[in-house]
Design a protein around this ligand. Structure first.
Ligand SMILES: Cc1ncc(COP(=O)(O)O)c(C=O)c1O
Length: 372
């Protein structure tokens, strides 16, 4: 395979010291009784799974978690040794041999598959570590209260299972509400009903950690907060976090445009006065959403420049008529800080009527992740 060093001026700069700071902040917030399972699924929320996992391993974060087996196998392929939990796609009997080969820990939410895994481990003459997921209100994945009764009746029969974790997931952790309390109460009830003790119990994602609920368990599962973003900007005061990613590029063309001129596909924008336009080599194929057409903004020379016209596959244009001295090669910040201003991912998400998770996940493999 040919390894290509980044040649284009567009990069996602990954500040690993900010990651380290955020891990420290989260650990301080939860206290010494609990450990962190770092969520590094979806390419570590677009930040580069290997880069991020290597640093988390160096920091001795005890668990990593991904959604699907392939993500875990990829990390093992890059010599990551930390235990990796497969949150969603690890319980299919067709893939048990991969779990075994790559030392990945499944999360089960189907009794039949758990029975099959016990049999598989018996044949391998080992005790397989598992986490069990319980549905306490999200109605997504997990044993319901009814299916838990059946599970708990049988649980002593699984001689080849090591009960590592019992977990649930909040449906609305960003906002403290009675729904969260109901989920906590149901989880407590399930813990009481369960005839065995799990080594770890865990519920809290970033929103719950910041809002300080579900944090009495001995494991927490932060994702977005690790990367220095808040589930909602209203949570900013709860804990200082440092953004890990700066998405930046450069001006590759500058041109004068006349009042009345149109720009980009479809003529969706026309200039009300003479101006100057800068072209930026980032498009929707890189994850700069087409939604930002005529809506987004970037930083150039510390000033905000609005997107004009529709975002194309590989480039978009901004109006820089109000920014003195813009030159070819000037740095353009799409997410992050420049001089005194900052474009936060949470604000971009709000503007695009989405969430910060999605903005990060859209940043495509065409954008090199470069550690700072
Ligand atoms: C099961 C589970 N736990 C934890 C997380 C981390 O959530 P957050 O990024 O909100 O911290 C996720 C993310 O989707 C998840 O699916």
């Amino acid at each position: 395979m040919i390894e290509i060093a980044p040649l284009r001026p567009t990069v996602a700069e990954i500040d690993l010291s900010a990651l380290e700071f955020n891990v420290g902040q989260l650990q301080k917030k939860i206290g010494p009784h609990a450990s962190i399972m770092a969520i590094v699924k979806a390419n570590a929320y677009g930040h580069g799974d290997v880069l991020i996992s290597q640093r988390l391993e160096k920091l001795k974060v005890p668990f990593l978690a991904v959604a699907y087996l392939e993500e875990g196998i990829r990390l093992r392929g890059h010599d990551i040794k930390t235990p990796i939990v497969i949150l969603t796609g690890g319980q299919d009997p067709k893939t048990f041999s991969e779990l075994y080969q790559y030392r990945l820990t499944p999360v089960f939410y189907h009794l039949d598959f758990l029975i099959a895994y016990n049999e598989f481990c018996k044949k391998k003459n080992k005790k397989g570590e598992v986490h069990l997921k319980f549905d306490t209100g999200m109605n997504r994945l997990g044993f319901t209260l009814e299916s838990s009764y059946k599970l708990f009746k049988l649980i002593h029969k699984f001689k080849n299972i090591k009960w590592e974790g019992m977990m649930t997931h909040f449906a609305n952790a960003e906002r403290p509400s009675h729904y969260n309390q109901e989920q906590i109460l149901l989880f407590r009830k399930l813990k009481k009903l369960c005839p065995l003790k799990f080594k770890y119990t865990h519920m809290a994602n970033s929103g719950a950690i910041l809002n300080n609920f579900g944090v009495n368990e001995n494991l927490v599962r932060p994702g977005i907060a690790l990367y220095g973003a808040y589930p909602a900007l209203t949570l900013k005061e709860k804990l200082e976090l440092r953004p890990v990613m700066t998405l930046k590029s450069q001006v590759i063309q500058l041109k004068k445009v006349k009042r009345g001129a149109y720009i980009s596909y479809g003529y969706t924008y026309h200039f009300k006065k003479d101006s100057i336009v800068a072209t930026i080599p980032v498009g929707y194929a890189d994850g700069f959403l087409r939604y930002f057409s005529n809506k987004g903004e970037v930083l150039i020379r510390g000033k905000r420049a609005p997107v004009v016209g529709v975002v194309c596959m590989d480039v978009f244009m901004v109006d820089v008529g109000h920014i003195p001295g813009v030159c070819l090669g000037d740095e353009v910040v799409l997410i992050g800080k420049q001089k005194k201003d900052q474009l936060r991912v949470e604000a971009l998400a709000e503007r695009a009527q989405t969430v910060p998770w999605e903005i990060f996940c859209h940043i495509s493999s065409r954008v090199p992740r470069v550690s700072k």
